[in-house]
Design a protein around this ligand. Structure first.
Ligand code: ADP
Ligand code: MG
Length: 269
């Protein structure tokens, strides 16, 4: 089955800014795919469209066999339950514990939000939260406040929180852009291992070519809102990089990038 289907998606902002211009691709269950493209090529818009935070001007998106339609809130919530998201800026709640942050990952599964508060959470939920923390190797930090962690630790907690959803798809938008190289490798290893052991479909936006080549099988390159290439990562060489990015190479996303609207909304789900 296809995990992700993107069918001729066009997205125009303010009736004149074309962010996506007829983008189509399909991703099979269990595939690991990276999205490449310079700043402004439409990567984040594509992600927001995939998750229904943005409505395509034309075309359609299907996740796990369900059409993504921002107009149908309940249907969308059901679809999103199985889609885990990871962001450059982590999206943790700073002034509560690591354990509480992970419990918040179950928000989509409970009727009332307080059922995820550590004070009220069921024994089953608490056990699952500890298992998720254990999977990312940070069970020993469960009582620490989230803002007292390193960047790499924060991203691993964000991954533990996402595992509470038991995701079938993981969407990661620049998951290591705010991390030093060592922490970045740890986070990438963790994401790749988790995806492989659970046959999760992994779609990542990355701008470091070597990392993309190491951790993905396939890449989709966007240029000016169009699919410029869709191929095995092994075909990426210097000539290709120059054709895609120009001679200056890919630019780092701004280090202080504020959480996007998708992240804000994901927090409130
Ligand atoms: P990337 O993530 O690849 O840097 P984006 O998807 O953020 O690219 O942006 C693609 C294009 O759409 C850019 O030209 C950007 O200025 C424009 N754009 C993105 N979001 C909005 C928005 N909310 N309103 C208007 N224009 C936008
Ligand atoms: Mg972006």
């Amino acid at each position: 089955m296809n995990a992700i289907e993107v069918n001729k998606v066009r997205k125009v902002y303010n009736q004149r800014d074309v962010a996506l211009d007829g983008v189509s691709f399909t991703i099979k269950e269990g595939e690991s795919v990276v999205i490449l493209g310079h700043n402004g090529s439409g990567k984040s818009t594509l992600f927001r469209t995939l998750t229904g935070f943005e409505e395509p001007t034309e075309g359609s998106v299907t996740l796990l066999g369900r059409e993504v339609d921002p107009g149908k809130r309940r249907h969308l919530r059901e679809t999103r339950k199985k889609v885990g998201m990871v962001f450059q800026a982590f999206g943790l709640v700073d002034n509560v514990s690591v354990f509480q942050n992970v419990l918040f990952g179950a928000l989509g599964q409970v009727k009332f939000a307080p059922a995820t508060y550590s004070l009220f959470a069921s024994e089953a939920l608490r056990t699952r939260a500890m298992e998720c923390l254990d999977r990312v190797g940070l069970a020993h930090l469960s009582e620490r406040r989230a803002d007292r962690l390193s960047g790499g630790q924060k991203q691993r907690i964000a991954i533990a929180r996402m595992l509470m959803q038991d995701p079938e798809i993981i969407l990661a938008d620049e998951p290591i852009a705010s991390l030093d190289p060592k922490a970045g490798r740890e986070v990438m290893d963790l994401l790749a291992d988790i995806a492989a052991e659970r046959n999760i479909t992994l779609l990542m936006i990355l701008h470091q070519i070597p990392i993309a080549k190491k951790y993905a099988d396939r890449f989709i390159a966007l240029k000016n809102g169009e699919v410029f290439a869709d191929n095995n990562v092994s075909v990426i060489d210097e000539d290709f990089e120059t054709a895609l990015f120009g001679s200056e190479g890919p630019k780092d996303p701004p280090a202080d990038e504020k959480p996007g609207s998708m992240e804000q909304e994901a927090k409130s789900l």
